[in-house]
Design a binder for this molecule. Structure first.
Ligand code: PFF
Length: 451
């Protein structure tokens, strides 16, 4: 896809950006991270990070992307940035690979669960039976690899068809549907016996639960969920037109993304307490709780199928954006055809994901820093690389990029760049210069101290 391709409508811009942001990060990762890190306290810190750091860095990425109209590497070249800043691009490209390495495994789980729903979960409805089923699936090497690779084949097929056709059409219809169905299930959860306990867990912050891992986890989750810190949004913004309003697009994306995560929490935690599952069950949490919820409903298998299909599509619009960073780079800098780029990157991702899909079975014994390969890919990319990318993006846009460019990009089109900036623009710039760098650095340093 040539870099002068543009999203055709305003809805297309929002849908594609929200499509990237909303995915397994909201519905699978948020509840399990919140469950492991004390619920309410995690949610509170997470929301603070989204507002204070997430929104400004999203806007900063948009500025670089739209101003240069380039892929991540091309953008910093065009800006004639010093070599240090080019590392943002390479951190982004590597993050794409690492994230796809575990994300596509979970996306493969959604396919398995569509299949399971279609076959009535083999009759399993109780918590124990669903637990055993998840175990037998995730420890089976072959089945896991099969679904992971099938997911990747679909992803790279869509990618090879280009930006507008592939991404826009799909997300315009299906994202609103996901929203609607989540809402319906949230309401259903509010009538469960464990609703009060579940809601208290999610919304009542227990400050004694806050430690460095809560804060680092919440920061990582904010970056991961917003797809920010690795050039995905920069690449998408290179397809924005001059009339796209960057600040309002960042705020809309953050609000919708956070809403979906909170809705997922409201859906999951009442059920967790109703069924007596541990909130800290980890990556398996959502895949055991959702089928248990569906089993209590009339026409449960149909609901389950619909839900996992929408979850699969939400995952797909996110992996498309993750892949697009690297594809745009191959096409823009290496002058490869889109087809060749797709095949080469597809093979690399397939190899890494196959390996990480074995983390729960044949490679379960293999661990680094107490984490299996899957968790390690997740931890390094979400909690370290994305915040590091975000730190550099904030420093670059806040301190290096000429202020006139930053202001002009952040303001409405046609505004006199010498007129005093609106408050929103000033707040974003202040956060990029001070709040984002200081907060991210402080958390990293805190994480490095002995505990
Ligand atoms: N934000 C996506 C989600 O929440 O599922 C995951 C993701 C997509 C992370 C794109 C990073 C990224 F660049």
């Amino acid at each position: 896809m040539a870099n002068n391709a543009k999203f055709t409508t305003r809805l297309g811009v929002i849908a594609a950006t929200v499509g990237s942001a909303v995915g397994l990060g909201n519905i699978w990762r948020f509840p399990y991270e919140a469950g492991m890190h004390g619920g309410g306290a995690f949610l509170l810190i997470y929301v603070l990070f989204v507002l204070l750091i997430g929104v400004p860095v999203v806007a900063g990425e948009f500025v670089i992307g739209r101003y240069t109209g380039e892929n991540v590497v091309g953008a910093f070249k065009k800006l004639k940035a010093a070599p240090l800043w080019h590392s943002v691009a390479y951190i982004g490209l590597l993050s794409s690979l690492l994230i796809l390495g575990f994300y596509s495994v979970v996306a493969g789980w959604t396919l398995e669960y569509i299949y399971q729903a279609a076959t009535g979960f083999g009759g399993a409805a109780s918590q124990e039976a669903l637990h055993a089923q998840f175990d037998s699936f995730t420890t089976s090497g072959g089945r896991q690899i099969f679904w992971t690779l099938l997911f990747l084949a679909i992803n790279f097929f869509v990618i090879s068809r280009g930006v507008q056709k592939g991404i826009e059409r799909m997300s315009n219809i299906l994202m609103p549907m996901l929203f609607a169905i989540l809402f319906v299930f949230c309401v259903n959860s509010l009538f469960m016996p464990g609703a009060t306990e579940g809601l208290a867990f999610l919304f009542h912050p227990d400050f004694s639960k806050i430690d460095v891992s809560t804060v680092l986890g919440a920061m990582g989750q904010a970056f991961f969920s917003l797809s920010v810190g690795m050039g995905v949004l920069m690449t998408y913004a290179s397809y924005f037109s001059r009339s796209t309003r960057l600040i309002s697009t960042s705020v809309t994306t953050a609000v919708l993304d956070t809403l979906v995560a909170v809705m997922a929490g409201v859906l999951i935690f009442p059920a967790v307490f109703s069924f007596g599952e541990a909130p800290a069950a980890g990556p398996r949490l959502v895949f055991e709780i959702l089928p248990a919820i569906f089993a209590t409903l009339p026409a449960g298998s149909l609901w389950a199928m619909l839900f996992f299909i929408l979850l699969f599509v939400a995952a797909l619009t996110s992996t498309i954006s993750l892949s697009e960073v690297v594809i745009a780079w191959f096409v823009g800098e290496w002058r490869w055809s889109r087809g060749k780029a797709t095949i080469v990157y597809g093979i690399a991702v397939a190899l890494l994901s196959s390996l990480s899909s074995l983390s729960f079975g044949p490679l379960a014994g293999f661990s680094i820093f107490g984490m299996n390969f899957f968790d390690l890919l997740d931890f390094v990319s979400s909690n370290i690389m994305l915040p590091l990318g975000g730190l550099l993006i904030a420093l670059y846009t806040g301190w290096k990029l000429p202020r006139r460019i930053l202001r002009a990009q952040l303001s409405a089109p046609g505004r006199d760049p010498d007129a005093p900036s609106p408050l929103a623009v000033r707040l974003i710039i202040f956060s990029l210069r001070f709040i984002c760098p200081l907060a991210i650095l402080a958390i990293f340093l805190w994480g490095l101290l002995p505990h």
